[in-house]
Design a binder for this molecule. Structure first.
Ligand code: FAD
Length: 449
């Protein structure tokens, strides 16, 4: 009997565990949105789990982990499966562990505003619970309706809220985690903020996160506001002014007009111009208006988010790319932090070289307290060598690239190995069974051992 057959036989004996073996579910639960990248689409096809499990308690996770340790079978954790880099794709098959039953908000701490939540909880559900205490999550991906909080911390980077709260790995955005290790005696381990750092954005390669403690913000009524602007330079200038103003902002983005053409009707309207998009609290709208008047621009208040039929989150962050791809699958994208002060220089240089095959979508972010512009430009796919050339050109112009066309933690991040993440893997996953192939530093671990 093969090890996989032995495992499958054993899984039937574990209480509080759902086991999925049928081919269509195995395929569905082994993929994410990696097909945004033509490179990953090729690289990851055929990576399908041997079995999917859905644990309902800590004991059932430990039982699966122990058996996988005995039989040396990989485990890849899955939240909502909305990642873009094949983060939850089981490269070496084995078990996919789907965390959807870990969906409770466990505790709210009124003194600090912290919340303890199970990792498989959808962010939309976390926010519903938090609203009862007048709070909300600080950071959300544009996939917040279907993505889990554990998947966001393990595989995401930032998003709506980053204009104020920065990126997920910035100090203060993760207060603690509980996670299970994988060895001959898997256990629930508790990590404080400092100890949690290596598990943050590690693609589930160094622990099975069961719950997290996160900071929250005061819940506000957010209003979606759009400013139409014919001039891209001016759009960038006013977005910077909005970001620096003493107002509450949750989002600030620019979609250049060729991108706006691809957006849903309710958003693009009749005005063929670039759009500066904001989410702002009521008290900030008159300041936005004041800045607009100085530039002879008009703001359009779409209204309070909860009253809107369509959400502004459907056209920002990587949802911009989603909308483009809904109309033409040849669009793909890149992610970068633009050089401070030289954002337009980069855009104009790239425009000259690549024309309308590279369109610009900017997001205002705070990078360790400094207002910056990130970009998620969309590009018409014309092969890997042109992609490499675009990346090299942007780097030369001072951008920091977060490449969404690679499968490793390092490749999608700053491109450098984080020794603490590798050390945590050596400690909590000494056989390298968690999401194998995704942590480059593990492959080169002898340097850190
Ligand atoms: C249209 C679109 C828009 C997007 N917008 C954004 C955005 O604005 N910002 C952003 O950061 N991302 C964005 N993403 C990527 C993704 O949606 C988010 O990062 C999301 O939060 C991932 O959550 P998930 O539950 O789907 O995680 P999954 O895709 O299921 O998993 C992500 C990673 O986390 C690991 N993981 C999941 N749960 C656990 C756990 N309990 N323990 C350990 N590891 C775990 C998985 O193994 C995997 O490596 C976008 C994707 C799409 C398709």
């Amino acid at each position: 009997m093969s090890n996989i057959e032995k495992l499958k036989t054993y899984l039937k004996t574990i209480n509080n565990l759902e086991v999925i073996n049928n081919t269509s579910d195995l395929k569905r639960l082994s993929r994410d949105f990696y097909d945004y990248s033509p490179i990953l689409k090729e690289e990851l096809k055929g990576c399908i789990a041997d079995v999917v499990v859905r644990p309902k308690n800590i004991e059932s996770i430990c039982a699966v982990a122990r058996k996988c340790w005995d039989l040396s079978i990989p485990i890849t954790i899955r939240g909502g499966g909305t990642g873009n880099y094949g983060q939850c794709v089981p490269l070496l098959k084995g078990v996919v562990m789907h965390m959807n039953y870990f969906n409770k908000v466990e505790e709210f701490y009124p003194d600090t505003g912290f919340v303890k939540v199970q990792s498989g909880c959808l962010m939309s559900d976390v926010n519903k619970e938090l609203a009862k205490n007048g709070r909300e999550l600080r950071l959300l991906p544009s996939t917040w309706r279907t993505a889990t909080i554990g998947g966001f911390i393990s595989g995401g980077s930032g998003g709506i809220g980053s204009i104020r709260w920065g990126f997920l790995r910035d100090p203060g955005n993760l207060i603690g985690v509980e996670a299970i290790n994988i060895d001959s005696n898997p256990q629930l381990l508790k990590f404080n903020a400092e100890e949690s750092e290596p598990l943050n954005h590690a693609y589930g390669t160094n622990g099975i996160i069961t719950s997290l403690i996160l900071p929250t913000a005061v819940k506000r009524d957010w209003y979606s506001v759009v400013v139409n602007c014919d001039d891209l330079d001016k759009s960038v200038e006013i977005l910077k002014l909005f970001s620096a103003a003493a107002i509450n902002l949750k989002l600030g983005a620019i979609l250049e007009k060729d991108i706006v053409e691809y957006m849903p009707k309710w958003f693009k309207g009749k005005n063929k111009s670039h759009k500066v998009v904001l989410q702002v609290s009521l008290g900030g709208i008159q300041t936005i208006d004041l800045i607009c008047k100085k530039y002879d621009l008009e703001l359009q208040n779409l209204g309070r988010d909860i009253d809107l039929e369509y959400g502004i989150s459907d056209v920002v962050w990587n949802h911009t790319t989603l909308q483009m791809r809904a109309k033409d699958k040849n669009w793909t994208y890149l992610q970068m932090l633009l050089p401070l002060g030289d954002e337009l220089k980069l855009i104009k240089t790239m425009r000259k070289k690549y024309g309308r095959n590279l369109l610009w979508h900017l997001e205002a972010v705070s990078q360790q307290g400094v207002p910056r512009l990130a970009a998620l430009p969309v590009l018409k796919w014309s092969g890997e060598s042109e992609l490499t050339q675009i990346i090299d050109d942007c780097k030369l112009l001072g951008a920091i690239i977060f490449n969404p066309h690679t499968i490793t933690v390092e490749g999608g991040g700053l491109g450098v190995i984080d020794a603490d993440q590798v050390k945590a893997k050596i400690k909590y996953d000494p056989k390298g069974l968690l999401n194998p192939g995704k942590l480059e530093g593990w492959e080169k671990r002898n340097i850190y051992n």
